[in-house]
Design a protein around this ligand. Sequence first.
Ligand SMILES: Cc1cc2nc3c(=O)[nH]c(=O)nc-3n(C[C@H](O)[C@H](O)[C@H](O)COP(=O)(O)OP(=O)(O)OC[C@H]3O[C@@H](n4cnc5c(N)ncnc54)[C@H](O)[C@@H]3O)c2cc1C
Length: 685
Amino acid sequence: METLRTLPGDDVRQIMWRFADRYDIQMALQSARSLARTLVARLVAEGARHTHEWTDHKAQLLEAFDSSGLTALFMDPHQGGFIEGPKNLALALVAFELSWVDAGAATCSLATNLALAPIHERGTPEQRDYYMSLCVPPQPGDDRKIYRGAFALTEPLPYVGVETNTLVGKIRIAEWEEGKEPIIQVDKRGRFITGMDFANFATCAVDTDDPRIKSSCIIIVEDTDEGLFDRGAPTLKMVHQLSSTRDPVFNLKVPASRIVGGYTVKDGVIVPNYTHSEIIGAVFHRTRVPVALMSTAKLLSAVEPVIRYQRQRFRGGDAVPGTPKYDLGIQQKPDAVLRLAEIWAMGEAGASLGFETARLFDQLDPSEKEKDRIFAEQGIVGPKSQISAQRKFEKMAIELLNLEAMPESERDAARFEELSNNPLVRYVVLESLANILCPGCKLWNTGQAANQMREAIALMGGYGITEDCPGFLFYKWTDTQLEATYEGPEAVQRRHLSLTMTNEVFLAKLRIWINQFTKLGQAKPETGAAIVAKAMEMWLWTLEFLHRCKDPSGARLYHNRRQNVCFPMADALCWVMASRCQVSDVMELAEKGPENPIVAEGLEGTLGFFSDLAVVQAAKAAGECAKVCANMVYGFGPQDEAEFDAFDALRSQLDRTLSGAALAKDRAGHALTQVMIPEALDYPL
Ligand SMILES: Cc1cc2nc3c(=O)[nH]c(=O)nc-3n(C[C@H](O)[C@H](O)[C@H](O)COP(=O)(O)OP(=O)(O)OC[C@H]3O[C@@H](n4cnc5c(N)ncnc54)[C@H](O)[C@@H]3O)c2cc1C
């Protein structure tokens, strides 16, 4: 039987992650890859990570990001960038490529983007063009210094962390002369602020400490402003040492025009157009996706070094070429390869989930702008009034989803067209999905990858916990813990999901996926779709159960404060969503692979292998989901027998979908003993 011949190349990935027709993105990816596998790898190999200090050695990264085009990736062409339109997928792929070698380097490349993100998402057009253009590397003959930024939300304990609302950073009016722009006094201390060694500006979350300023906001400070711009002590971090992190202190006077998004003056009071939390919501909604993919890259990057280690383990001694001992080493026995198959399967699922989310944001960006424009025309501003205006479109959004899922010949074409062309309906659909996939990939890709990276380390034996380990796996493992923490640790993502996963538009989409995957599973059992369909069905049934039933004290089971219910349900949903995306990417490869001559060659083996990985992952995800659901149904005390019977029936159906899953894993493991790998890693050790 045909099996995977070589490790998947770019042609396969471009199809699965849907950027085969995006040459601009492919070029950015190549730049990131060549930088990662030369300078970045060299820095790690030379020990640059052995200090938390920002050194000249590390500072080479900044120039390299500038000259390779990565610094300008976030900008629009009129600001000096080179990709027109949304860039979520491009940024995600670049973060993935850099993290393939070192995620600290990826964080370093993204730091200014994070600082710019509040300005990009909610800044005035002038602020946006001004700061975005300044952060583009100067062209030859352009006599100016490049700007770099930092994003300062987190404050020294016991202040801002997860609870972003308790801000101690403050602003007051310092001077306000009649007819002139007010001058604001900014007082902000940051904790763990990335990029602070070289930032020229920082976007700071601050609250009002003055009755003449209405609310909190994000305000921009610069190192040339009057007052104190103290970069602070370096963070004594043990991860991501290729990025800079310090605890800065700002005590500066800045013009009120630095309030991100602008302000109005009402009855002598400055009213910022956006509070800090409104802006932060929009920022993290996007920047969390590349972070998720940083962790995923590490799982996938571990595959090649582990295979090489396993195969070479018994070379030397009495082993001679041509014998299983010499050629297969540890791979002679199944356990090591089966464990590696699990690592690879999880990496695939994470990539599928992360890149699907990035693509979704590329659709959401223009849709959100259009929504804001329409609402502004109607005088609907501010998140609360927008959310309540959006609610009116939810029914239509569900109708659109259902029409879309119907065969073309059966649906009301006119109504379908009307709803598809309604920008607000389209926005509500996209937003309901983004509200699951974004916290979902940030939570699942990072947290589960941290657990699974331990397995990868374990497969390298003692080597895994030394600096000599090929592929820098130990660094990658520990770095993953930061990705699970910064930009909102796991609890934040679970809280977000607790609120959004009960949204009716999302649940309508989930019902459609259950239907589609049930049919797909019947037609193509080898895809794992039947397992995913049943797991989704069980999750949905359990959610409905939690809404229907109470505990013995009469308290509702589903309540967003009941974290022992909502949080595990959020985790379970992520497992299943990741598997759903993975199956969908394998289907895409099956459909488009034959059109590409390079992929078509050996496609049967590639597809068989990826399908087997999808089944391996689906079986694991279904197990995780079933475990959580059983705890929900049985764990909160006696319920009606009819509820238990219904759950047991579902559970037994789910178990039956696992038929053949262990064989799929065996096949995937066997493929790992056959696949060709290069003689050596393509980056320095
Ligand atoms: C290297 C590094 C770089 C960073 N870069 C930046 C940066 O550039 N800008 C910036 O602003 N910040 C930055 N941070 C800060 C980072 O975003 C925070 O550390 C992170 O958001 C977590 O906040 P915390 O450390 O205060 O954790 P805590 O809030 O103290 O959380 C501790 C634990 O409690 C859990 N928890 C907290 N609240 C709840 C709750 N209500 N329910 C359940 N569980 C809860 C959390 O999930 C976590 O597991 C950086 C951090 C590091 C380490």
